[in-house]
Ligand binder design. Structure first.
Ligand SMILES: CC(C)(COP(=O)(O)OP(=O)(O)OC[C@H]1O[C@@H](n2cnc3c(N)ncnc32)[C@H](O)[C@@H]1OP(=O)(O)O)[C@@H](O)C(=O)NCCC(=O)NCCS
Length: 171
């Protein structure tokens, strides 16, 4: 893993580079989202819940808008510069999205993305980060120092899914 602007390569992870997301990443981000939900989150939710969360790959335009709407978004790009994972940070400290393609999972990619995000949050003076973490991501965020505030039930397309409101104060 190399991390632009952050140095610090972890051995064995050099296949991915963390950089800011661009509008041209939109199609890859849509694929990462769909693949992460169906290939990873599916271990923690029923098929009905997964279908309600992400029935099909969303239109790239949705991600093009998110890259351009003022939030900060980082991608882990492979050697062909194709995004294999991404994370975002909204102005109030909300992490809205963290998704890793199964081909890039369990290699420290999400941790590297999160490291960039937290460093940026510190620089901009945010006092806390928060996320509505899926069951699939709860353990990851606990590993990063987040604590569960409460369990939430959310409805998507008429189906109930749970997630966890998690918070991390920043020093
Ligand atoms: C959650 C997710 C982003 C993690 O991506 P990843 O790149 O595989 O995670 P990493 O390899 O960077 O993991 C970093 C550390 O967190 C741990 N970790 C990751 N997921 C975990 C989980 N579900 N439970 C417990 N620990 C977990 C890893 O074991 C690793 O620990 P280590 O530091 O001791 O080695 C990925 O599984 C994913 O995309 N899930 C489906 C999509 C989803 O639900 N997104 C969240 C929406 S809020």
């Amino acid at each position: 893993m190399t991390q632009e602007g952050a140095g610090g390569a972890a051995s064995g992870l050099r296949a991915f580079t963390v950089r800011r997301g661009r509008a041209e990443d939109a199609a890859a981000l849509a694929d990462v989202f769909h693949s992460a939900v169906h290939g990873l989150a599916s271990r923690h939710y029923t098929p009905e819940q997964i279908a309600a969360w992400c029935p099909e790959a969303p239109p790239p335009e949705l991600f093009r808008q998110r890259v351009c709407d003022g939030r900060k978004l980082w991608v882990a790009a492979d050697k062909a510069d194709v995004a294999a994972a991404f994370i975002d940070l909204e102005a109030d400290g909300h992490i809205d999205m963290l998704f890793c393609h199964p081909r890039a999972a369990e290699q420290g990619v999400a941790a590297a993305l999160y490291g960039q995000l937290e460093a940026a949050a510190q620089r901009q003076g945010l006092v806390q980060l928060y996320v509505n973490a899926s069951e699939a991501a709860r353990g990851f965020f606990e590993r990063q120092g987040f604590a569960v505030e409460r369990r939430r039930e959310v409805e998507r397309r008429g189906v109930t899914l749970h997630n966890y409101r998690m918070v991390k104060p920043l020093a």
